[in-house]
Design a protein around this ligand. Structure first.
Ligand code: PEP
Ligand code: MN
Length: 352
């Protein structure tokens, strides 16, 4: 892919590129106040959703095109660039006629090739940066497919946004980071800038700072962060938005490591290992939780903990799976036996 820089004139090339603004444009006052507070802290790109894809109907679905004049004020009065989510050809046309500077495609839209193609067709012949969020489901090819559709429409200023992946298990994250997916995207498309969206990954304010740091440690190019003048009163995603002042604090606190030197590449690889180990631990903990539920069930139904046939099947099946993935059978057996022992220990506690 032959890409051009997504950076607009006046935007500093050094990492991280920062985009900030409310989940949704709500009122002209909220947009202007938030933008003023961000602009005075050096933020140059203002995000705001105006058409909101909600999981369920009845929620706040955005003010729509009526918010476009507010965003124009943000541009003319504060000199910021504006970024808006588009999901249809009409959204694209409305944004273009109202001088929106950057478009992004949301996670529900990038999961749908029909919708992405419709947007791509509407972009034919236009020169505007387009950021493409990962689809809600953890499917790298679908993400790359969306990027290719936009590229094939002639857009050359393209970036990806990692916003995590849908999960029913919302213990820690709203959307699981699954860092290996954007890392693999970078391996396949090394010229494509990748921006992290800690707000939608974390789903809660407290997770924004650590997620920003992780994204920087993994060498992401930028951050898109939801910021609202009164986060607790936000009409959408209230739990994950932060004030411009908190955003400034976080941006001043995170450590940006330079990874150009070779020792730094080693450090980056080690950080990848750390991330993967974190994911492994998280998975193991989840497995133990399910195992506990099984223990509860067995207790209520008077069943023994150890079901030899099931255990045997698990061992055989997983070991042959592991061999196909180029891992040693003995190694896999050791791991599985250890996991099983820990599961049994958990279940014995429940049975007591
Ligand atoms: C958003 O950025 O407000 C949004 C709706 O995000 P996503 O598409 O990642 O869910
Ligand atoms: Mn949001």
């Amino acid at each position: 892919m032959e890409l051009e820089s997504i950076l607009l004139p006046g935007i500093d090339a050094k990492r991280p590129l920062i985009i900030a603004g409310p989940c949704s444009a709500e009122t002209e006052e909220q947009v202007m106040q938030t933008a003023r507070e961000l602009s005075s802290r050096g933020i140059k790109i203002f995000r705001a959703g105006i058409w909101k894809p909600r999981t369920k109907p009845g929620g706040f679905e955005g003010v729509g095109a009526d918010a476009l004049p507010w965003l124009k004020r943000v541009k003319t009065e504060l000199g910021m660039y504006t970024a808006v989510e588009v999901a249809t050809a009409k959204h694209v046309r409305d944004c273009l006629t109202n001088d929106v500077d950057i478009l992004w495609i949301g996670a529900r839209t990038s999961a749908n090739p029909f919708a992405v193609q419709e947007i791509a067709d509407a972009l034919e012949g236009i020169d505007i940066p387009v950021l493409i969020k990962n689809p809600v489901n953890p499917d790298l090819d679908l993400w790359i497919g969306a990027i290719e559709r936009i590229y094939n429409a002639g857009i050359r200023k393209i970036g990806a946004i990692h916003r995590g992946f849908s999960t029913a298990d919302k213990k820690i994250y709203r959307n699981l980071p699954q860092w290996h997916i954007p890392i693999e995207l970078h391996r396949q498309l090394p010229n494509l800038p990748i921006i992290c969206d800690p707000s939608h990954i974390g789903g809660k304010r407290e997770l924004i700072a650590p997620l920003c740091q992780q994204a920087m440690d993994l060498n992401f190019d930028g951050l898109i962060i939801e910021s609202h003048c009164h986060p607790e009163k936000a009409w959408s995603d209230a739990a994950q938005q932060i004030t411009p002042a908190v955003l400034e604090f976080i941006l001043n606190t995170i450590v940006i490591r330079d990874i150009t030197q070779s020792t730094e590449s080693l450090a980056a690889l080690r950080r990848q290992i750390d991330e993967l180990d974190d994911s492994l631990l998280e998975l193991l903990a989840r497995r133990m939780r399910v195992s506990n539920e099984i223990g509860q069930y067995k207790k209520e139904h008077n069943m023994p903990i150890l079901q030899a046939q099931r255990y045997d099947e698990i061992l055989q099946h997983r070991i042959s799976q592991a061999e196909k993935m180029e891992m040693d059978a003995e190694f896999m057996k050791t791991v599985l036996v250890a996991i099983h022992e820990e599961s049994v220990r958990h279940q014995m506690i429940i049975m007591k």
